[in-house]
Write a protein that binds this ligand. Sequence first.
Ligand code: UT7
Length: 343
Amino acid sequence: MQKSAVLCGLGAYLPETVVTNDDLAEIMDTTDEWITSRTGIRERRVVGPGISTGDLAVRAGARALKSAGGEPVDLVILATTTPDHPCPATAPFVAHRLGLVDTPAWDLSAVCSGFLYGLTAASSFIAAGAARRVLLIGADAFSTILAPADRGTRPIFGDGAGAVVLRPGDPGEPGALGPSVLGSDGSLRELITVQAGGSREPLDPAEPDQEGRYFTMQGRSVFRHAVARMTAVTEEVRERAGWRPEDVDCLVAHQANRRILQAVAERLGLPMERCALHLDRVGNTAAASIPLAMADAVGRGGLLPGHRVLLTAYGGGATWGAAALTWPDITPQPDGRERASEG
Ligand code: UT7
């Protein structure tokens, strides 16, 4: 019988520093009222000086490995848009710090869809027998690439990391990944971008304030595309899984904006009570958003063993995706009821 990837470990990590909407209103032209009503976000976590995406990834990865029983893995995938360095990839050093010797490890770049792209890649390795156990980490420190006083981006994004461990198993067992669908449309690359710092437009040492060195987003267009794509791809996956809308126990959508989640849920015929909602406390954590929301939902009793779960995301590229799974009997590290933080 064809092997399926089965979710068997989940870990979450958030940096300690909390930035509230009122904190932001002190340094830029915004208000708590605007941010809360337009996004649903009340606060976010940010890394302190000297803390990198790799540091977040190591902590979430260690927690996922512990949650999965501590067995080593034979593949590490790190989904991120904010690697520690342009070169080399961050994943090999993360694997090394986790004590994983000679283990293949690479970074995956699909912005906010990175975790779902990674899930499909990990699951394909397992199904093909090319890997037994995979550690998939979604980690980002977007605060390090935002313009300091940009009110269009700084209120939206937060830093964090989430990770899962996948093992081979039976397609019918709890935790088994079901169908997944991915997509991209590169004609929309300018909607979400850091223009400078790559080979097309290298950083100019003579221009410390070079235009294009920071992250930019055309929010209104992204909003429209995100709702349309996440709705369509989630519906496609739900149908391929053979589930009716009423069969879905929980939608874990990329935590970009509460209004986006509401629009997607409404179009899919799902009440908001069946949607994971974590962004109020962490903002948009990019590649970390889905595993962080899963850990939070488990802690709040929104994800129980046997639940039928749909995951979906939309991000820069443009990229998008969705996947179905039956929730396993696992305990995330830390339990989502605690505050995932330093240590
Ligand atoms: O993770 C990848 C996917 N990303 C997303 O899904 C993000 C999708 N987009 C969004 O979530 C929303 O577009 C935002 C939250 C980014 C912006 O909300 P919006 O309702 O689309 O606002 P807007 O950009 O259309 O701006 C409306 C007004 C503008 O003022 P005028 O032109 O109407 O006078 C903005 O200048 O709000 C102003 N504005 C702000 N005002 C106070 C923009 N940002 C702020 C702010 N505080 N932080």
